[in-house]
Design a protein around this ligand. Structure first.
Ligand SMILES: Cc1ncc(COP(=O)(O)O)c(C=O)c1O
Length: 355
């Protein structure tokens, strides 16, 4: 605490990102990064963009990347917004569409832990929608009076997806409010709501290149929605920082979207590895929540989540543990390469022998 801090700086509870350790080499399965490198075409494009044009500001409207993404999804350029990672898109969307001290914004009781941080930061009320023992979301919970909705699909940290039909029902019943669908993990087996964009002016979909395109370090995300919503996002961005996405990120992101073959290949490998690891863990008695993401949420009745997390860490394997009621017996494990996951499975077996 510092005496010069504003009341806001004093009072906020900031989000705590997963560890990026520097003390030793770990098999890093804690922040849902992609274990495969970005497409070689992305690296080449970033290298080619590393030239004397860096003295110039980047394009504040990110036109070429927007057009590339619009082409990929068969949308118009004015239905696409680019941000510095999807966290920044969320940070713009909260003040763009939700009213401070107004009707509560709804999100699931168990979901991405950044949502309540943004709500508190922007003084936006929120109400949690319950999940059942298997982390299924109560659809009817989204039918109550609200000031907006945010749904992670698939959800984090559980990996559970919901159908497009369910999202459509929520949109139908909430035509007066914005429904944000955070599709950070959709490419690993979820059912995307992009086909609904043209029909629902209240739908904003948020996506990222951090997970399925192996570019967490580049910081690029995008939002898809009605042109009116996108304009709202632009108004907020241009009131904070006109240039949130730099020249190298723009060059790399364009090539990442273009190299569809590489994307298909790496995401398919991750899905296959997830299936294999899920089957193995289930066989040794783990409760594995069925996942449509690049991670699995698992618990064992032989070893508490916290103990397992610590034992794996001591063996050089980093996973994510959330010390929160309802999920504190689970660990979340990002899907790595087959080799990394074999080391993880060996470490789990060794850890269980110790308890
Ligand atoms: C559900 C969800 N949304 C958004 C993000 C943010 O991703 P990024 O800012 O890297 O695009 C994450 C990252 O872990 C996430 O889990």
């Amino acid at each position: 605490m510092n005496r010069y801090w504003s009341r806001k700086a004093k009072e906020i509870t900031a989000y705590v990102p997963g560890e990026q350790p520097k003390d030793r080499r770990y098999i890093k399965l804690n922040t849902n990064e992609n274990p495969y490198p970005p497409s070689p075409r992305v690296i080449a494009a970033i290298k080619a963009a590393t030239n004397d044009t860096l003295r110039l500001y980047p394009d504040p409207t990110c036109d070429e990347l927007r057009a590339t993404i619009a082409g990929y999804y068969q949308l118009n350029k004015d239905q696409v917004f680019i941000g510095n990672g999807s966290d920044e898109l969320l940070a713009f969307a909260f003040p763009a569409f939700f009213e401070p001290a107004g009707n509560p914004v709804l999100f699931a009781e168990v979901t991405y832990s950044f949502y309540p941080v943004y709500a508190a930061f922007f003084n936006i009320n929120c109400r949690l929608v319950p999940v059942d023992g298997e982390f299924n979301i109560d659809e009817e919970g989204y039918y109550q009076d609200n000031g907006g909705i945010i749904i992670a699909n698939p959800n984090a940290p559980t990996g559970k997806g919901v159908s497009r039909k369910m999202i459509e029902k929520v949109l139908e019943r909430n035509k007066g409010n914005v429904v944000i669908v955070d599709e950070a993990y959709i490419d690993f087996g979820g059912e995307s709501s992009v086909p609904l964009v043209g029909n629902y002016p209240n739908l904003l979909i948020i996506k990222t290149l951090s997970k399925s395109r192996s570019l967490a370090g580049l910081r690029v995300g995008y939002a898809l929605g009605n042109a009116g919503l996108i304009e709202g996002m632009i108004r907020i961005k241009d009131s904070i920082n006109s240039y949130t996405v730099d020249r190298l990120a723009l060059a790399g992101a364009i090539e990442a979207i273009r190299d569809n073959a590489y994307f298909q290949e790496t995401k398919t490998k991750i899905i296959q590895t997830r299936k294999r690891v899920t089957a193995k863990l289930t066989k040794i008695g783990f409760n594995v929540i069925p996942s449509q993401a690049n991670f699995i949420f698992v618990s064992s009745n032989k070893c508490p989540g916290k103990v397992l997390f610590e034992k794996l860490r001591a063996k050089g394997i980093l996973v994510r543990y959330f010390n929160k009621p309802g999920i504190d017996n689970f660990i979340r494990v990002s899907i790595g390469t087959d080799e990394e996951m074999n080391s993880f499975l060996d470490a789990v077996a060794a850890a269980l022998l110790e308890v």
